[in-house]
Design a protein around this ligand. Structure first.
Ligand code: PMP
Length: 354
């Protein structure tokens, strides 16, 4: 394009999952959204906010950060909030990784290579073990490390013993370990307890999955005050008000309704385990999941035909075309009822297309 800068010309943007706009009834399991509405406290918190919208929001999202500090037992100065965890990750790439060699598992969140190109980061993608587990030794090469844990799209979780080793290695090297915990709400373990020990550990979380607020775009980071200061510096060089007033109020209400969060999360985990059991019983290989999705081997080579067959039945799931991922489908977890329909449709489609 004639008017494009050389930077724009060089970009290969992230491709998000399809968001159907035709209003017909889909079982939408292609972007790892939550099947339940947000906490009823969210609607209460948003009511009557219109008048205040003429004023800029609190740039530091003070109330939301205070809520996070209570829920996660950290100080408010250890919390940074941004417009979705994607933005928090972007700020982290700019603030900690620009110009460096950064180590990441070859299979991970596909936004990392995009941010790397945007911010001049040399992303060193370390091959996985054949069973899709992370080669932690391979990540320890003396540079900063970034990984999603639990990982996407594999759904596998890395134990805290391994995360601790990575954090210690990065600390000795004077670099940070960024753990993207977008799916931690659905996992048995998370890195929160390591924060006290590792001033170089940055944990990134989201409201899009566990808190049913993908439409509000709220993400946050937890880490040492110095790391948070760097994120603020990058933010204030880009957009001082990344979170609007409605998002801040919604996030605070959702986060403080811990009972609702616990209940909906438990329901999703139950539906996940039941779906995995049914698929496995039918002879379908499914990786053990620590997330709100399943990574399902739907074909020997390329599962896109199975994806299309499900689409015919108004079920949307995600397929990645790179050779190692092509046999698989990533299926987000819906309600127990939806997942019964989906498990039946998947088993039928896999058997038909095999
Ligand atoms: N990290 C991972 C691993 C994800 O899968 C996603 C969601 N696609 C995100 C971060 C971004 O989530 P959000 O921007 O909605 O907070």
């Amino acid at each position: 394009m004639a008017y494009e800068s050389s930077l724009a010309a060089s970009l290969i943007p992230y491709t998000a999952g399809e968001q159907p706009g035709d209003g017909s009834k889909w079982i939408k399991l292609n972007t790892n959204e939550n099947p339940y509405p947000p906490s009823p406290e969210v609607a209460k918190a948003l009511a009557g906010k219109e008048e205040s919208l003429r004023l800029y929001p609190d740039m530091d999202a003070t109330a939301l950060r205070r809520a996070a500090s209570r829920v996660f037992s950290v100080s408010p100065e250890q919390v940074f909030c941004g417009n979705g965890s994607d933005e928090v990750l972007a700020f982290a790439f700019a603030g900690f990784f620009a110009g460096k060699d950064v180590y990441t598992p070859e299979i991970g969140y596909s936004f990392y290579p995009v941010y790397a190109d945007l911010f001049g980061v040399h992303l060193r993608r370390v091959p996985m073990h054949p069973d899709f587990t992370v080669d932690t030794e391979g990540l320890m090469q003396g540079g900063p490390i970034v990984l999603a844990n639990p990982n996407a799209p594999t759904s596998l979780g890395l134990g805290m013993g391994e995360i601790r080793k990575l954090a210690a290695h990065a600390k000795d090297a004077g670099e940070i370990l960024l753990v993207d915990e977008a799916y931690a709400d659905f996992a048995e373990e998370n890195a929160l307890s390591l924060l006290k020990e590792f001033p170089n550990l940055l944990i990134v979380r989201t409201f899009s999955k566990g808190y049913s607020l993908a439409g509000m775009r709220i993400g946050f980071a937890l880490g040492h005050e110095d790391l948070i200061r760097t994120l603020k510096k990058v933010r204030d060089s880009f957009n001082s008000y990344p979170l609007d007033r409605l998002a801040q109020a919604a996030g605070e209400a959702a986060m403080l309704d811990t009972a609702y969060h616990a209940r909906t999360t438990a329901d999703i985990i139950a539906a996940r385990e039941e779906t995995r059991r049914r698929l496995t019983e039918a002879g379908v290989e499914v990786l053990p999941s620590q997330t709100n999705f399943l990574f399902v081997r739907a074909d020997a080579r390329d599962a896109s035909r199975v994806q299309r067959a499900l689409r015919e039945e108004k079920i949307l799931v995600r397929h990645f075309s790179s050779p190692s991922l092509a046999p698989y489908l990533r299926v987000s977890i819906g309600t127990m009822e939806e997942m019964q329909t989906v498990a039946d449709a998947l088993i039928r489609a896999i058997q038909r297309e095999a």
